[in-house]
Ligand binder design. Structure first.
Ligand SMILES: Nc1nc2c(ncn2[C@@H]2O[C@H](COP(=O)(O)OP(=O)(O)OP(=O)(O)O)[C@@H](O)[C@H]2O)c(=O)[nH]1
Ligand SMILES: [Mg+2]
Length: 236
């Protein structure tokens, strides 16, 4: 099984060297079975210089020039330029631990499911490594999602997941592609009932750099859920 890891980045210069070295370490057993594609939304912060010293052909930097910048669109940009049949998305700020990739891949190999989600354990805010407000919001949004769409997904808001490329391709034209939540965009666009598995991951505190999560993005998310809800109801 070969996979392409797509990592959307925006002004993550301070995290990239550490992330790349921990990815290499975590993937040492997978040798020629993977590629890593960083999709930078034209950060202009010198992130590209870090890639100049990388000799491995398995690691690529793509710069997306389209404006306005957008996380979901960057992920699709990377998906469409990937070589392998299985796709993985993860954050570029070290909040997703490269060591957890193994768990996602193992679950996928064992079950041959459509999607494996790396889910945050949202039991209490300290264990989840979220500040109390983000914790409550994440829990509320997850509940709201499951209620509205009659699903049972522990962490549909996760940005860490593995998906078969053919599943992505089957829904690509229906995606809204707005903001952060590409996973729910994909899940709710499928006409086929998807086989979704989850594994718990160790979500970490942002290491360096700054969060791009803003009120605008939360409003985008609520808007996104409303649009999806009406489309979803029509589909049923
Ligand atoms: N290409 C691209 N990447 C983005 C954009 N916004 C955020 N990212 C990246 O997407 C990942 C998640 O964004 P974060 O800002 O860390 O969001 P978050 O993890 O929900 O928020 P924090 O917990 O506060 O860090 C990081 O790798 C960001 O660099 C964007 O507009 N374009
Ligand atoms: Mg983050």
């Amino acid at each position: 099984m070969k996979f392409s890891i797509v990592i959307p980045i925006y002004k993550e210069k301070k995290n990239l060297s550490k992330l790349i070295s921990s990815l290499k370490k975590a993937l040492v057993d997978y040798k020629n079975k993977y590629e890593i594609i960083f999709v930078d939304d034209d950060s202009n912060d010198g992130s590209d210089k870090i890639f100049k010293n990388i000799k491995s052909k398995k690691i690529r930097l793509l710069i997306r020039k389209e404006k306005p910048r957008d996380l979901s669109k960057s992920v699709v940009y990377g998906f469409n330029r990937s070589k392998n049949d299985n796709l993985i998305v993860m954050d570029g700020d070290l909040q997703h631990n490269p060591r957890d990739l193994r768990k996602l891949i193992a679950k996928f190999k064992k079950t041959n499911c459509d999607i494996v989600i790396g889910s945050r354990k949202l039991i209490n805010y300290k264990e989840a490594n979220l500040n109390p407000i983000r914790f409550v919001f994440s829990k509320l949004l997850n509940h709201l999602f499951n209620l509205l769409f009659r699903k049972e997904i522990k962490d549909p808001m996760s940005g860490f997941f593995l998906i078969k490329k053919k599943v992505f391709k089957s829904v690509e034209k229906k995606l809204i592609l707005l903001g952060y939540k590409i996973l729910i965009d994909i899940v709710l666009s499928s006409t086929k009932k998807l086989d979704i598995k989850e594994v718990f991951i160790n979500f970490r505190i942002r290491d360096k750099g700054y969060s791009k999560m803003r009120l605008k993005i939360l409003i985008q998310l609520v808007l996104f859920l409303i649009i999806k809800y009406f489309r979803y109801e029509k589909k049923l």
